[in-house]
Design a protein around this ligand. Structure first.
Ligand code: NI
Length: 393
């Protein structure tokens, strides 16, 4: 089967590069992937998949019916949105939309989903069960997975595979990680309410700026003194505002930030812990507060069995020197984690580093991907999909 998949992928390679370049040249922002979705739906239909559009707003679902008799269903998720970045790469298929760019490789991901669908559709007589392809919108704003799940994309799915390109891994190599791959990301907003007064008479007021400053430093210190150092927390306040004039004591300050964590227990307790510190600082200095905490996405926790499935498929397909274990999780976030609340799954990294070139990171205006990785990704996904039905129920 592996040889057949490889042969099909090599034959399809020029077409897949064409698809990737088309999507790259026509990037669309999160939640506005109308043309991308229509284009993807067209390709899926031409391969004989049952296609549903507008699943999760602009998302597309393609169902490929395997002709075996298994009632287990595997999902393959790829995302398709671009970023508000002005592309700075000189390519003839560079973005034709000023200010919008596929700088996170979601053009490659969409192509991988399509390529895998094309290959598996040609092998459906041997395919033991159904494969559902999820083309997800709005990953960059951590919304699309939730939208698709709400519209039923994970109904009757028993396992799920995902992929993300990675420029610091050389093209044609695969990165595997068991357990935590990315962090949980939450958003928080804190209002500190003091009492205004003359800048010359602080004792008659309650200075919200000073109290906010106390809260920020206490929180950062408390992470190192009260939290298990083997379970990392990152707390970043990216916004702070308050006050009206240099000589008037501010009565109200707004802090807004992001909280990242990896360990499920830390994730669970984080909001109460942060609020507890803010509450005690405020009560010490006689201020009031308002605390808004929004869960964004949990941590991607790769399932052991599904990760092993990808690792074995990749090692068989490419040899062990092209498969690496990723040593550390990332504190970035990825809404693939939401699918994992419905079925075990795993996301791997596909190397797209171009040999001899500076490999700019994801979200960089000069980010470039080696298209040779497309065949690697498609073969890995298609072969892992086949092997999925070798797993015990
Ligand atoms: Ni991305």
């Amino acid at each position: 089967m592996l040889d057949r998949i490889k042969t099909l992928a090599e034959k399809l390679a020029p077409r897949l590069i064409e698809i990737r370049r088309h999507i790259h040249a026509h990037p669309e922002l999160s939640g506005q992937e109308y043309q991308t979705a229509a284009y993807i739906a067209g390709v899926l239909s031409s391969c004989g998949l049952h296609v549903e559009e507008e699943i999760g707003k602009t998302g597309v679902v393609g169902e490929l019916e395997g002709l075996g008799h298994s009632d287990r269903r595997l999902a393959i998720r790829t995302d398709m949105d671009a970023l508000p970045i002005n592309e700075r790469v000189d390519l003839d298929f560079a973005s034709r939309k000023p200010g919008v760019m596929h700088a996170c490789g979601h053009d490659i991901h969409s192509t991988l989903g399509l390529g895998t669908a094309m290959i598996l559709s040609q092998l459906r007589e041997e395919l033991p069960g159904n494969v559902r392809f999820l083309f997800q919108p709005a990953e960059e704003i951590a919304q699309g997975a939730g939208w698709m799940i709400r519209d039923g994309a994970m109904r009757d799915v028993n396992g799920i595979l995902g992929v993300h390109v990675f420029p610091s891994i050389p093209a044609r190599s695969i990165g595997i990680r068991y357990g935590a791959l990315t962090a949980a990301a939450d958003e928080l907003e804190i209002f500190i309410q003091g009492e205004s007064g003359h800048g010359a008479r602080p004792h008659e007021a309650k200075d919200a700026i000073w109290i906010a400053a106390q809260a920020i430093s206490t929180l950062q210190q408390a992470i190192s003194r009260t939290q298990n150092p083997l379970r990392p927390i990152v707390l970043t306040f990216g916004q702070i505002s308050g006050g009206r004039a240099p000589n008037v004591i501010a009565d109200r300050v707004r802090l807004a930030g992001t909280a990242r964590s990896l360990h499920p227990e830390t994730y669970q307790n984080l909001p109460q812990w942060i609020e507890g510190i803010v509450a005690s600082i405020c009560s010490t200095y006689g201020a009031k507060y308002e605390f808004n905490y929004k869960r964004q996405v949990p941590s991607v926790q790769n399932d052991g069995v599904m990760t092993q499935l990808i690792e074995e498929a990749a090692r068989e397909a490419w040899g062990s020197d092209r498969v690496q274990r990723i040593p550390e999780p990332s504190l970035g976030a990825e809404d693939f984690s939401l699918y994992l609340e419905h079925a075990p799954g795993s996301m791997f990294r596909l190397g797209v580093g171009i040999p001899g070139k500076p490999n700019h990171p994801l979200h960089h205006p000069a980010f470039e991907a080696d298209e040779a990785a497309i065949v690697t990704g498609v073969v890995t996904l298609a072969y892992a999909a086949f092997k999925y039905w070798d797993l015990k129920d």
